[in-house]
Write a protein that binds this ligand. Structure first.
Ligand code: DX5
Ligand code: ZN
Length: 221
């Protein structure tokens, strides 16, 4: 099993002091900072854009994991690359140009990832494995923090890890996003996820060190 990495999602942070919030999880060992970009079209919520990515980039050495929940991601990927994203994921449901966008991201030396909502089958990624560094499986329907983990996503994660092993692509990371908490990490990590996004279970708690430790302790590896 791969080492499990933790990506606190700033969606649940206090935006009035975002810099301090990021430094807090940086200090306590976050592996990534997860940035949720929502456009009010692909998902029914609007959050932040590349200006915020650019503003937080100098505040931390922790890599920025930018999750685009937007329509027509090909139009906006270049500005997130320029803003300093270290990894960019976009939804396969949001564009007919999946492989083209992956190449656009990789040619800028940024890690490239695709994201799948809970209802999207794994067959959508089966033939593009050589082009991805990570696959993000949504474990809630994208759009909001603090939603309830969908238990069927454990089986989906296990099926994806099996597919990656069968296709000799086991180096690809599986990120899970939504409802990740000490109660849910055990099963999902056992199924093969190795990158955990957590919003409310980290930023929703006062003691971020304890919150991240609780996630790590609950991991079977
Ligand atoms: C939801 C976002 C998530 C969100 C997770 O659409 O993609 O990254 O911040 O929040 P929690 O961990 O609270 O479910
Ligand atoms: Zn996310």
């Amino acid at each position: 099993m791969k080492r499990v990495q933790i990506a606190p999602s700033i969606l649940s942070a206090d935006f009035s002091k975002l810099g301090e919030e990021i430094k807090d999880v940086d200090f306590h060992g976050a592996d990534w900072i997860h940035v949720d970009v929502m456009d009010g079209h692909f998902v029914p919520n609007i959050t932040i854009g590349s200006l915020v990515v650019r503003a937080i980039r100098p505040l931390t050495k922790v890599p920025l994991d930018v999750h685009l929940m937007i329509a027509d991601p090909e139009k906006y990927v270049p500005e997130f690359i320029a803003a300093g994203a270290d990894m960019i994921s976009f939804h396969v449901e949001a564009t007919p140009h999946v492989q083209r966008i992956l190449h656009m991201i990789k040619s800028a030396n940024v890690r490239a990832a695709v994201a799948l909502t809970p209802a999207t089958p794994l067959s959508t990624v089966e033939h593009i494995l050589p082009d991805v560094d990570m696959i993000l499986l949504m474990t809630v329907n994208p759009g909001f923090g603090g939603q309830v983990f969908i238990p069927q996503m454990v089986e989906k994660t296990a099926a994806l890890r099996e597919l990656l092993i069968r296709k000799h692509a086991d180096h690809i990371d599986i990120e899970v996003d939504g409802g990740i908490a000490p109660e849910t990490v055990g099963a999902i990590v056992h199924a093969g996820a190795n990158l955990l996004v957590a919003g409310s279970s980290i930023f929703g708690k006062r003691d971020r060190k304890a919150a991240m430790e609780a996630l790590r302790v609950a991991c079977p590896v």
